[in-house]
Design a protein around this ligand. Structure first.
Ligand SMILES: CC(C)(COP(=O)(O)OP(=O)(O)OC[C@H]1O[C@@H](n2cnc3c(N)ncnc32)[C@H](O)[C@@H]1OP(=O)(O)O)[C@@H](O)C(=O)NCCC(=O)NCCS
Length: 203
C-alpha cells in the first residue's frame, strides 16, 4: 500500500508541495502544505468517507436506492471518479486484490459485499461518464482489515506520499522559479469605497 501511494504525478497535494517548495521554504513546510491539501474529501480524505458511506448504506439491498438518491440529488459518491482516469483506477484494482488476500487469510468483511455491489450499480448508472472506483475506494477496506482506525487512513496515505512530495521538492529546486500564475480579472472596476456604517448588513 505504501509503495502504491508513494507518488502519482501532479495531483493536487503534489502541486501544493511544488508551489510551496518554489518559495525556497524548508521541506517541513513543503510537506505541511501538501498534507493540508491531501486532507480534503475530494483528494486523500475520500478513503475515510468511503467507510462512512458503506456504514451508512448498511446492506447490499440498500445499495441501489442509495446510488439513485445520490444521482437524483447530485451528490458525489465517495471513492468514485478521478480528475484524470476515466477508467477504473489501476491502483484500485491492486488494492482490491490485496483486500481479497487479506479476507481469504483473516476472514471477510461484510462491507466488501456492499462495496462490490456499489461498484456494480455505479457502473450501471455512471460508467458512461467515465466514473469508476479510484484508489480510495478499496484502500479503506484494506486498512480496516489491518485494524487501522478510520481517522488514520489519510495519515497513512500521507506517510507514503511524503516520499513523492520530497522527490518533487528536490526536483523543483533543481530548476527553481517561484510559481506565480497570472489571473484574468472579470470583476467590476472603479468601485467607490463605502464606509462600513453605510453598508447593508444582513441581520
Ligand atoms: C475526484 C473528483 C474530484 C474528480 O472531479 P472532476 O474530474 O472535476 O469531475 P467532475 O466533478 O467534473 O465530474 C464529471 C461528471 O461526473 C460526475 N461525477 C464525478 N465524480 C462523481 C462521483 N464520485 N459520484 C457521482 N458522480 C460523479 C459529476 O457529477 C459530473 O457529472 P455532470 O457532467 O453530469 O455534471 C470527483 O470525481 C469526486 O469528487 N469524486 C469523489 C471524491 C473522491 O473519491 N476523491 C478521491 C479522488 S482520487
Amino acid at each position: 500500500c505504501l509503495i502504491l501511494h508513494a507518488e502519482h504525478t501532479m495531483n493536487a497535494s503534489t502541486f501544493s508541495a511544488r508551489v510551496t517548495a518554489s518559495t525556497l521554504t524548508d521541506p517541513y513546510a513543503v510537506v505541511a502544505s501538501a498534507v493540508g491539501t491531501l486532507a480534503g474529501p475530494l483528494h486523500g480524505g475520500a478513503n475515510e468517507d468511503v467507510i462512512n458511506m458503506l456504514e451508512e448504506i448498511g446492506s447490499v439491498e440498500n445499495v441501489r436506492p442509495y446510488v439513485e438518491k445520490c444521482i437524483q440529488n447530485k451528490i458525489k459518491i465517495a471513492g468514485f471518479g478521478h480528475r484524470v482516469y476515466k477508467v477504473k483506477d489501476p491502483r484500485a484494482t491492486i488494492l482490491q486484490k490485496l483486500a481479497e488476500q487479506l479476507f481469504d487469510k483473516f476472514g471477510g468483511d461484510r462491507y466488501y459485499d456492499i462495496a462490490l455491489k456499489l461498484e456494480e450499480v455505479v457502473g450501471e448508472y455512471l460508467s458512461y461518464k467515465g466514473i469508476y472506483p479510484n484508489v480510495d475506494f478499496y484502500s479503506g477496506l484494506v486498512y480496516r482489515r489491518l485494524g487501522i482506525p478510520n481517522d488514520l487512513f489519510t495519515p497513512v496515505f500521507a506517510i507514503a506520499r511524503v516520499a513523492g512530495w520530497l522527490a518533487h521538492w528536490k526536483e523543483q529546486l533543481e530548476a527553481n522559479r517561484i510559481y506565480r500564475p497570472t489571473q484574468v480579472y472579470t470583476g467590476a472596476h472603479n468601485q467607490p469605497y463605502v464606509p462600513m456604517e453605510e453598508r447593508n448588513h444582513r441581520p
